[in-house]
Write a protein that binds this ligand. Structure first.
Ligand code: FES
Ligand code: FES
Length: 180
């Protein structure tokens, strides 16, 4: 090390936030992303990291009702926020959320790597637009990438999730309607 170089101390800040209904408080380096905080500090590894620069959507979580790319958000920016991750979709008794059930019934995954990010995007989408026309679903999902290219079945899963959340009784995967 050159004499002119001095070791810099990491800047630490305390964050307090609610994740999946549970309050958390921790000291974090200010450079730590929300994704790394969720995965590394809280052990919530259901949030996946693909590109780590905002392209793939795999790291999507919901912060104060809005879908965000947790690889682009710092943990300290989530101070005071309500965060929902894929782990929070499932009910405490293990009952799957209608979106999870719909994806399961529609086979909306292959390797499953992109699935948590898609589900959190769909959660935000159907919270904000519960009656989104089926023909608009593809555009709404365009910020999420699936490397297995299972898009037909993912769209089918969203259509079924929409029905389930609306109280519809259809348990029939609607893959056929997604083949356009
Ligand atoms: S890992 Fe965040 S957008 Fe790809
Ligand atoms: S199911 Fe494999 S990346 Fe989407």
């Amino acid at each position: 090390m050159l004499a002119s170089q001095t070791a810099t101390q990491p800047q630490i800040m305390r964050v307090q936030l609610t994740v999946n209904g549970q309050p958390h408080s921790a000291d974090v380096e200010v450079r730590v992303t929300l994704a790394d905080f969720l995965r590394g500090t809280l052990g919530l590894t259901g949030t996946h990291l693909g590109c780590e620069h905002g392209v793939c959507g795999s790291c999507t979580v919901v912060v104060n009702g809005d879908g965000v790319r947790s690889c682009l958000m710092l943990a300290v920016q989530a101070d005071g926020a309500e965060v929902l991750t894929i782990e929070g979709l499932e009910a405490a008794d293990g009952t799957m959320h209608p979106i999870q059930q719909a994806f399961l019934e529609s086979h909306s995954f292959q390797c499953g790597f992109c699935t948590p990010g898609f589900m959190m995007t769909v959660y935000e989408l159907l919270e904000k637009q519960p009656e989104i026309p089926n023909e608009d679903i593809r555009a709404a999902l365009s910020g999420n990438l699936c490397r297995c290219t299972g898009y037909q079945s993912i769209v089918a899963g969203v259509e079924l999730a929409k029905q389930k959340l609306a109280g519809g009784t259809s348990d029939t995967p609607v893959a056929a309607s997604a083949t356009r």
